[in-house]
Design a protein around this ligand. Sequence first.
Ligand SMILES: [Zn+2]
Length: 258
Amino acid sequence: MSDPLWLADVLRAEGLQVVEHEGWRERGHGDFRDLRGVLCHHTAGGGTRDWQIVQYGRQDLAGPLAQLVLERDGTYRVIAAGVCWHAGRGSHPGWPTDDANFHVIGIEAVSRGDGSDWTPAQLDAYKRGCAAILRHIGRTASDCVAHREYSSEGKIDPAGIDMDQFRHEVQAIIDGTPGGTMAALEETFVNFRGDTVTLGTAIRYIDQYVNELREQITGPIPMEGWPQLGDLTLVDAVALIGAELKIPGFTDPRTKSA
Ligand SMILES: [Zn+2]
């Protein structure tokens, strides 16, 4: 199986805001056969609850309907890692005709669908998200396709986006970011608890815990110490107590700065 369990990590590594929906790694209509590109859609809704239809489906079509939902503020919702029903019938060079769902990742961007309400943050995230995915699966921007380009069923989405210009910018993003950096972040290792985690995840936790630990010792930024320790850091407070108790080697930290 080649399900994109890396979706959230790859988008985050591109600097994008990501919300991982409960159970996304197991959600879908079976496993991908292989990954060949990205199919771009609009939701034709435009509201904050559009994602619910994408995740849960509608009367005539069971969810999930796309792996990703792109909100108007540029945030990605990761809905599913498995196959989703979004492509319908159509064709694109290099993709199997009328069978793209098992080979391409669908992005449903929240929009009314008349091409007039895209936000700058959303368009920026749309290109960067497509670029991050295509780079990861070793494809170029030519496999970043609008539903209306692919479809033989008269689809119009995503309305208002010039796909030639869009692909041009997606390719520039793919070319501009060193692939090695990204690949390294997605490498996995077994941590001290025995869990398999990506390097990217480990770095996020290290960053968080190092800062929490530093704050324990020095006090909150901007390192003015702790009010309950007379604005001394934890280390200086211990040194002062030692100096007062005349323990050899302990010195009053206030004398050296005075
Ligand atoms: Zn569509």
